[in-house]
Design a binder for this molecule. Structure first.
Ligand code: PLP
Length: 489
């Protein structure tokens, strides 16, 4: 609050919760605060340095009875919250996969909150549903995904909160297709046959979680071995599915990963699709991180190969496409199984448009009933940045990753443990796992970068994932300099 602002008594701090004048004033302050935070990022340690419990120890034990001004809250934001943050938008954040953002998407997020609509049914806000259908059709074309995922076909796209929800919806739809559980009162297994799901050993943990939540049972998810590049062994998948079928079990669901979390491995989707279809199993493609790169024609073929035979395909614009968390795009080839599994229309939600069958009610395509207007931030990002800038963003990261891998390969102390995948480089010290682990701890403790690690081909590897919205080539040069300075001679 600036000096010219009215004092608390007349300033309306205790006034109505929905005060446009107050919102204009305080909204500008918050937007300014965010912009200053971004400007300050490079000078902050990437990872939070606080000890467990410190943040809570700085907070009062009870909620306030009387209103407090925004200035008091912002002061505590600076004093207590910011020190407790790991700065995901920091230019030297190279850990996990990026959770990138952009100013258009953040403005979209603000509009989502400002409009405050609930898009559970078409009828509860037609624009919320139709904009979502439309931008997912845009995105499908940008990625070069097949026509079967278009809203004008039997399929279509939906925005979920995360890839974990995407795979959960897919496994539930697959279960529905295999058992007609909804109309069939005999339970999870048809004729007493256990349902069996398959994913590679390097598939994301959300697949196993989904198998548990869906009542398939984690033990009925078979983990198929991967090769040295982290790709599923299709022959082993085929053998496992044949063996289950011969033993009277029902192979019903296969997840192929395009860009594994550990090393960015890409499963042989066309081959996996052929095997899945022999057993009439649902094929879900998890392209959570790597999928974004399909907007570049030169990367597309490897990423969308086999998508024309997939039943569902999902990726996270909230990872590498500059849309802030949360935004997972999921496409299905046949919406009927998904809707059959998840649709609920109690009397109080029934309406003419839904009964007429001419509209999409997206609550039928997801687990919760209520839903956010996430399409707005995707729409604003695509419009205000344009596909060209998004392609440049992805291409630069892939170029810098290749350069970085070249520096690693040229230093006799280091080695690349697996061929880089897009903007992900997994590397290690030749001196072994302990030395690599110590190096990772040392560079992360400096506060000047944040890298994560993974087990790749049985080895401890440092992982450099380039993808931040604020990262430049010089940040990649700097992290390599820090690594070489910190490595033993
Ligand atoms: C990040 C990631 C996930 C999980 O994504 P959420 O959106 O956080 O659920 C799943 N699969 C892969 C391959 C990922 O990279």
């Amino acid at each position: 609050m600036s000096d010219g602002d009215p004092p608390l008594e007349s300033g309306g701090h205790a006034g109505p919760p929905f005060d446009p004048e107050r919102f204009r004033r305080e909204g500008r302050e918050v937007v300014d605060w965010i912009a200053s935070y971004w400007e300050s990022l490079a000078s902050r340690p990437v990872r939070s340095q606080v000890a467990p419990g410190w943040v809570r120890s700085e907070l009062p034990p009870h909620a306030p009875e009387d209103p407090e001004p925004l200035t008091a809250v912002v002061a505590d934001l600076d004093r207590v919250v910011v020190p407790g943050l790991t700065h995901w938008q920091h230019p030297s954040f190279f850990a996990y996969f990026p959770a990138s953002a952009s100013s258009p998407s953040i403005l979209g997020e603000l509009l989502v909150a400002g409009l405050g609509v609930q898009g559970m049914l078409w009828a509860t806000s037609p624009a919320c549903t139709e904009l979502e259908t439309h931008v997912l059709d845009w995105l499908r074309v940008l990625l070069g995904l097949p026509e079967r995922f278009a809203s004008g076909s039997a399929g279509g796209g939906v925005i979920q909160d995360s890839a974990s929800s995407g795979v959960l919806c897919a496994i539930v739809a697959a279960r529905e297709r295999a058992t007609s559980l909804r109309t069939n009162s005999t339970g999870l297994c048809q004729n007493g046959q256990p349902l069996v799901a398959y994913a590679s050993a390097d598939a994301h943990s959300s697949v196993e979680k989904a198998a548990g939540i869906a009542g398939i049972g984690r033990a009925w998810l078979r983990r198929i071995p991967v090769d040295d590049w982290g790709r599923m062994d299709a022959a082993a998948l085929s053998a496992a599915m044949d063996q289950d079928a011969a033993a009277g079990r029902r192979p019903f669901f296969v997840v192929a990963t395009v860009g594994t979390t550990a090393a960015g491995g890409i499963d042989p989707v066309p081959g996996v699709a052929a095997i899945a279809s022999r057993h009439s199993a649902w094929l879900h493609v998890d392209a959570a991180w790597a999928g974004a790169a399909a907007i570049c024609p030169e990367f597309r073929a490897a990423l969308v190969a086999g998508a024309d035979r997939a039943d569902s395909w999902g990726f996270n614009p909230h990872k590498w496409l500059l849309v802030n968390f949360d935004c997972h795009a999921l496409w299905v080839a046949d919406r009927a199984a998904l809707v059959s599994a998840l649709s609920m229309k109690p009397d109080y939600l029934r309406n003419e448009a839904s009964d007429g069958g001419a509209v999409i009610d997206y609550s039928d395509w997801q687990v919760p009933l209520g839903r956010r207007f996430r399409a707005l931030k995707l729409w604003m990002t695509l419009r205000m940045l344009g596909a060209g800038a998004l392609r440049t963003h992805i291409r630069s990261h892939v170029d810098w990753a290749r350069e970085f891998a070249g520096w690693v390969a040229a230093d006799p102390r280091f080695e690349v443990v697996v061929e880089p995948s897009l903007a992900l480089v997994c590397f290690a010290l030749r001196a072994g796992d302990d030395a690599s682990r110590r190096l990772l701890d040392r560079v992360n403790a400096s506060g000047r970068c944040f890298l994560s690690h993974a087990r790749v081909n049985g080895r401890f590897a440092l992982r450099l994932a380039i993808g931040g919205a604020t990262t430049t080539r010089s940040d990649v040069v700097a992290v390599w300099q820090l690594l070489t300075d910190s490595a033993p001679p």
